[in-house]
Design a protein around this ligand. Structure first.
Ligand SMILES: Cc1cc2nc3c(=O)[nH]c(=O)nc-3n(C[C@H](O)[C@H](O)[C@H](O)COP(=O)(O)O)c2cc1C
Length: 300
């Protein structure tokens, strides 16, 4: 059963909670701003992402409060002084970031409340967070109000003019190592996620290759009761299927597959081969090998 929801027929609160629950996890912009008198503010926003590399553009959205349609200090500050530092939040500072989301009165500096360290920026007035693994100094190009009612977002379109990256999060080739970054993301309700350990996995990019596509996978493999959509996706990412000679010499060197093929029942053989191929795919092993296992049945 599917629950179908018309946003115009439910309260803003209700639809807000579907949006936050479904569009998840979201990265968190920990935004440092100043008002016209230079008073510093620091608040987190998970309506946030990177949208362009040239020019480098980050966008986040402080919304009008649903309960009373008031605006956030961050938005007011950015309208007064068009600069922001967007700090990236990692697991080590997630509780302090949450504390900084408290709706303190205007003029209260959340750096102080959350016990975080201000570092003067080089190109903009708002300071950056010393503890953040990455901080982007930005000039605000535009602020786009998406509505006038409570819950309306305000897109703060920020162009990065300088980035600070803690070298401790870099790998040997000077790229950001996701394990060292240890980023956190926001989901619905009070839920967060930590992008580390088992939560991280790699998928080879299909950019360089032009995979055959799931539609070109032989039907008996495509309709397997063992292989999942993810397994088929990986299988469809190869450019060519193994030829007869390759399959033959693979069978000759693989005792397990030989034993499977020596069974009498074809369905049993198919199931065993599919299970073996699934294991290879799930353990992120050689996709080419999984293909040879799957196609070994043609030598039954
Ligand atoms: C992880 C996290 C993400 C948040 N994301 C948003 C958001 O995208 N938009 C928003 O308006 N408020 C968001 N909030 C709530 C604001 O941080 C909160 O209203 C804060 O008090 C605003 O501070 P300010 O008035 O000093 O700008 C978020 C809070 C947390 C903890």
């Amino acid at each position: 059963m599917i629950k179908t929801v018309d946003p115009k027929k439910v309260s803003t609160q209700e639809f807000h909670s579907y949006l936050l629950g479904a569009v998840a996890p979201r990265p968190i912009a920990f935004a440092s701003t100043v008002d016209k008198n230079g008073v510093v503010n620091l608040s987190p926003f998970s309506f946030f992402n990177a949208f362009s590399a040239n020019p480098p553009i980050l966008i986040f959205s402080p919304a009008r409060r649903v309960r009373n349609n008031t605006t956030k200090h961050t938005l007011e500050n950015v309208l007064e002084h068009k600069e922001v530092v967007i700090n990236i939040v990692n697991y080590a500072m997630v509780e302090q970031m949450s504390l900084a989301s408290t709706e303190y009165d205007k003029g209260v500096n959340e750096f102080t409340k959350a016990g975080l360290t201000e570092v003067p920026s080089k190109m903009v007035k708002p300071p950056r967070v010393a503890e953040a693994p990455v901080a982007f100094e930005c000039k605000v190009n535009d602020v786009v109000a998406l509505g006038k009612e409570g819950g309306a977002g305000n897109l703060i379109i920020a162009e990065v003019v300088l980035a600070h990256i803690n070298e401790e999060i870099l790998d040997e080739s000077a790229k950001i190592d996701p394990f060292k970054l240890d980023a956190v993301g926001r989901l619905g309700g009070n839920w967060y996620t930590r992008a580390n350990y088992d939560a991280l996995f790699e998928i080879p990019k299909p950019l360089a290759t032009k995979g055959i596509g799931i539609d070109q996978i032989p039907q008996e493999i495509r309709n397997s009761s063992i292989l999942t959509g993810n397994n088929l996706g990986r299988l469809g990412n190869v450019e060519t299927l193994p030829d007869k000679e390759e399959i033959k010499s693979f069978i000759q060197t693989n005792q397990h597959v030989q034993e499977v093929l020596s069974k009498k029942d074809k369905t049993e053989i198919t199931l065993s081969l599919h299970k073996y191929a699934k294991k290879l795919l799930d353990e992120n092993q050689n996709t080419a090998l999984a293909w040879k296992v799957l196609m070994a049945i043609s030598y039954y």
